[in-house]
Design a protein around this ligand. Structure first.
Ligand code: NI
Length: 152
């Protein structure tokens, strides 16, 4: 278990686009595990690789952890791509581990379908709604160099 340092607002890496991961090797697996450890350690529900200083197209999240108080259901998504979005929108107050003490209402799609590789490099499709859909949109924004404070 290794906790990595979280890059904070003003760090230029947060506005850069991540590079696709070509091979899911041990280094990527270690990075994903470190990101989860770092996220849990900081009471976050999602984290993108740029937030620990790596311009890799990788996100992790766990929405069960907050909602069900202690149950861990970590999700790792490699090269996540949102393939479809519901027309229906929802407004939720968001925060971000890179912006401590900042919260903002952001309008997001209620549902999204995302394609990604899992930690074993298998192609997956997820239909997400509710908090999970919001976290996926927030974290995939990070992989594009976009932070929630730029969203309305
Ligand atoms: Ni964030």
């Amino acid at each position: 278990m290794a906790i990595r340092q979280i890059r904070l607002k003003g760090d230029e890496i947060l506005s850069k686009k991540a590079k696709p991961i070509e091979k899911v090797d041990e280094k990527i697996k270690e990075l994903a595990q470190d990101m989860l450890d770092t996220m849990y350690q900081n009471d976050g529900i999602g984290l993108a690789a740029c937030q620990v200083g790596m311009l890799k197209d990788l996100i992790v999240y766990d929405v069960a952890y907050v909602e069900e108080n202690g149950t861990k259901e970590p999700v790792v998504m490699i090269n996540p791509k949102i393939k479809s979005r519901s027309k229906n929108m929802v407004v939720v107050e968001e925060g971000c581990l890179s912006f401590p003490d900042e919260f903002k209402e952001v309008t997001r799609h209620e549902k999204v379908t995302v394609e990604y590789l899992d930690i074993d490099g298998n192609k997956k499709v997820k239909h997400a709604k509710g908090m999970e859909a919001i976290v996926i949109q927030h974290e995939t924004d990070h992989t594009e160099g976009i932070t929630f404070v730029e969203r309305d």
